[in-house]
Design a binder for this molecule. Structure first.
Ligand code: SD4
Length: 292
């Protein structure tokens, strides 16, 4: 049986390559996701995930992360977690619990500390400088504070046919303390069913969650559509609906993988992503905005 993985943005590539290696060696889809996303969280130059992620309006790095096991539907998530090196590992750990599996703010951080997850100051000098510069620009140049945000989201399929999905982000740059987006919300920023496939999102969470887009993509794949058809049908009509009824649509991109290892992407902005399978290895690709 084939193994496969897909991940959002160029930043997914190295982790995804490592995740694919694990899958090829017979590893579990959840382990591949955790390994891959940890690598993205640990790399200091990705400005929107983990260490080096851009801070909120008060200069603090608050992170959101989630994990879902497509066999059991176990979901774990954290939102607004601070000073923890690998939020994805905390989210996955929480997915083992039936109750209290989505923790926010101080409670999420406390849980991580109590359970032995590594504590680390996540604000780098570089991120602090970008924050300070932006603070001035917001006032002097009248710029939107919220320029800068990305999520790493990945879906994986292992040789046993198990699928998993994970997300991790520092969210919207300059967000208000306590703000969370789609990345921690099941069905919005991620969803996975091993009998069908999985999906993950990146982009403006406030808009992605209005369409429950990841659940919708998986649901559509369940009706027999390919991942590409499901992405197209879930995303582009919804972008048009948002424009018509809400007046505007933020930028967002969705990725999907089905249980046979086929993938699809839909985006309303130029979007890089990485994908690969057991035979071909990981590749970085570019998607351009599509239409309804
Ligand atoms: C959020 N979806 O917090 C995340 C951020 C993101 O591209 O992916 N931006 O809304």
């Amino acid at each position: 049986m084939t193994v496969a993985m897909i991940g959002t943005w160029r930043m997914a590539y190295e982790g995804l390559t490592e995740g694919l290696n694990q899958l090829k060696a017979g590893g579990h889809s959840g382990d591949a996701i955790e390994t891959a996303i940890k690598m993205v969280e640990d790399y200091p130059f990705f400005k929107s995930v983990g260490y080096g992620g851009l801070p909120n309006a008060e200069g603090l790095v608050e992170m959101d992360s989630a994990f879902m096991d497509g066999d059991s539907f176990a979901v774990g998530a954290v939102a607004g977690i601070k000073d923890i090196k690998n939020p994805i590992s905390v989210a996955r750990h929480l997915s083992n619990h039936h109750f209290n599996s989505f923790l926010v703010g101080a409670g999420a951080t406390e849980y991580a500390v109590l359970n032995g997850f590594e504590v680390k100051g996540m604000l780098t000098e570089r991120a602090k400088k970008i924050w300070q510069k932006r603070k001035v620009e917001i006032q002097t140049k009248n710029l939107s504070p919220y320029d800068g945000h990305d999520t790493v989201g990945m879906v994986s399929l292992d040789a046993q046919g198990s699928m998993s999905v994970g997300t991790s982000t520092s969210g919207l740059f300059m967000k208000k303390p306590g703000r969370t987006g789609d990345s921690a919300l099941v069905g919005d920023g991620f969803y996975c069913d091993s009998e069908i496939g999985g999906a993950a999102a990146t982009g403006l969470g406030e808009d992605i969650m209005k369409g429950c887009l990841c659940y919708e993509i998986v649901r559509l794949m369940g009706t027999g559509l390919t991942p590409q058809q499901a992405c197209d049908q879930a995303v582009y009509p919804f972008v048009e609906k948002l424009k018509k009824r809400y007046g505007k649509a933020g930028e967002f991109s969705l990725i999907a993988l089905d249980k046979a290892g086929n993938w699809g992407v839909a985006t309303n902005v130029e979007f890089t992503f990485a994908a690969g399978d057991g035979e071909h290895g990981a590749k970085i690709m570019m998607a351009t905005p599509g239409e309804a």
